[in-house]
Write a protein that binds this ligand. Structure first.
Ligand code: ADP
Length: 511
């Protein structure tokens, strides 16, 4: 330790040694008198303060301390002077250019042989960079906390449920709205607990969909009913999106459930209206069909009567012609079944049933409608050509509804050609696999055709050019095809006339 004040110009080797050491230190070294005046400053201190040692002698270093820390520094210094305790504090010191920098300042008393404090030796280490770093870190942390808070508030106010799940699908997070809606506790809902709120009818299909999605790692969505705290169910659109790592592995699933109850209700009532309207349209075509149906039923009935008479004669003969009688009874049965088939088909077509998708053979459905209409087509003098492609891709559709569309198109074509007089009335019904993998059915006639400017208008409800027309046939037909995910349109047929076509998407499984 230093015994005497190392004055600036001293040639004492001990002092020279001390100065060399002090100047080599990466810190300010100061010696101060017990009343706080500078006695010695190393080169760093001289450079920092921009004043020579001689100029600094007699300075009160307190004048250099930042006003914010000054009162604490004075209190600490007063304490140390009184007790001889070591001084240690962090405060800002003013540099020659007026800029304050943070220092970690430590001071120790230097005592004489009798133990009296002669002076204080100070080491001031510049910690400004560290302080700045700490301040920036603190600020970043505060900003992070604030943005986390904002994100949380946002997630909780999003109109719907927001959730997060592990790659195996177990739920790790749900926003406040979920708890508000279900009244569940956090622990109840996590993992697979939330699934207890799915409607029993939706549980299996949603479960199957969710597992398939987890396996595929693809985004997806599903509609299902979820039970609220009031025990009522509401429809939700459940969307899930995977977060992938660089290798395409799922790190997390993020999801959002949107309440679609109102839309669902609107859809259901729309479906009811549509089905009512479709029924009205079908019944409306009954009038046109009556003659055709009467003919269809009359033919087998006439056959039955003839056969029954023949049978009677054969049984009355002497001896009775039993083989002949048996044969005529067989024919009677065949005709009876034919008549009953016609009635069955009619009842199916005009009965009021809810739409139900089933695997549908379009060719078969078309043939049945043509059979129902055959007498009417004959009477109207229409030559029908069937061009049914075989095989056709599978479709799922409501048979009665699709047959109603075909019926509308055939009746419209027949009516359109009614004014042709003696000119040939040709109707061509064709089926084919369409470019997108579904099926296409078209009905082309040789009538007057549809003007391009009417090509859309005719599909509007109540648009008709006929005296007794209702103008709902095409509009109902289009809504039926739309609801099956297909399209219905009109274009000019080859050689004049109109060609109405519709497509139905391919469907190997229930939509
Ligand atoms: P409606 O048959 O009761 O008039 P639709 O909706 O079935 O109702 O048809 C609307 C209109 O479309 C018909 O009035 C007619 O003007 C036109 N239209 C329909 N089919 C054909 C066709 N094959 N050729 C020409 N015009 C047609």
């Amino acid at each position: 330790m230093v015994e005497t004040a190392p004055s600036g110009g001293s040639t004492d080797p001990t002092i020279a040694n001390f100065r060399a050491l002090a100047d080599a230190m990466p810190a300010s070294v100061l010696l101060m008198t017990p009343d706080g005046q500078v006695e010695y400053a190393n080169q760093q201190a001289v450079a920092f303060r921009g004043a020579s040692l001689d100029e600094q002698r007699g300075w009160k270093t307190a004048q250099l301390i930042h006003p914010d820390e000054l009162p604490r520094a004075i209190a600490a210094w007063t304490h140390c002077v009184a007790t001889g305790d070591n001084f240690e504090m962090e405060y800002r010191v003013r540099r020659a250019d007026g800029v304050y920098r943070w220092f970690h300042v430590r001071g120790q008393p230097v005592r004489d042989a009798a133990g009296r404090i002669q002076r204080w030796c100070f080491l001031d280490v510049d910690i400004d960079d560290r302080k700045q770093g700490e301040a920036m870190l603190a600020q970043t942390l505060a900003e992070l906390a604030a943005s986390k808070q904002r994100l949380r508030a946002l997630i909780d106010t999003v109109p719907g449920f927001v959730w997060q799940a592990a790659p195996d699908g177990s739920v790790e997070f749900l926003n406040q709205r979920w708890f508000d809606y279900t009244g569940m506790q956090l622990e109840e809902a996590l993992g697979s607990g939330w699934t207890s709120r799915i409607h029993p009818a939706d549980t299996a299909p949603l479960g199957a969909y969710w597992h398939a999605l987890l396996a595929s790692g693809q985004p997806g969505s599903f509609e299902a009913r979820l039970r609220g705290a009031d025990d009522r169910y509401r429809w939700f659109l459940i969307r899930a999106v995977p977060l992938l790592d660089d290798d395409g592995q799922v790190l997390r699933w993020y999801g959002q459930n949107t309440d679609i109850e109102d839309r669902k209700q609107a859809e259901l009532s729309l479906a009811r209206v549509r089905s009512e309207l479709a029924h009205v349209a079908r019944v409306a075509s009954l009038g046109t069909l009556t003659a055709s149906i009467a003919h269809e039923v009359n033919q087998p009935l006439a056959g039955i009567i003839t056969n029954a008479n023949t049978c009677m004669r054969m049984l009355n003969a002497e001896p009775p012609n039993l083989d002949g009688a048996r044969e005529t009874v067989r024919r009677t049965l065949r005709d009876g079944n034919r008549a009953s088939d016609v009635v069955k088909r009619l009842r199916a077509l005009f009965a009021k049933t809810d739409a139900a998708a089933e695997p549908l053979d379009i060719n078969q459905a078309a043939r049945e409608v043509v059979a129902l209409l055959s007498a009417e087509l004959d009477r109207a003098g229409v030559a029908v050509q069937l061009a049914l492609a075989q095989p056709l891709p599978p479709v799922w559709a409501d048979r009665v509804q699709v047959q109603q569309v075909i019926l509308n198109l055939l009746l419209n074509a027949t009516e359109a050609m009614s004014g042709l007089g003696e000119r040939p009335k040709r109707l061509r019904l064709a089926t084919a696999a369409d470019a997108s993998g579904g099926v296409l059915l078209s009905v082309a006639d040789s009538g007057p055709g549809v003007e391009p400017q009417d090509a859309e208008r005719i599909f509007q409800a109540f648009h008709t050019t006929k005296h007794s027309g209702m103008g709902i046939g095409l509009s109902v037909s289009r809504s039926i095809i739309d609801s099956h995910g297909g399209a219905l349109w009109v274009q000019a047929a080859e050689g004049g006339g109109a060609m109405f076509s519709f497509t139905l998407p391919r469907g190997e499984t229930r939509p």
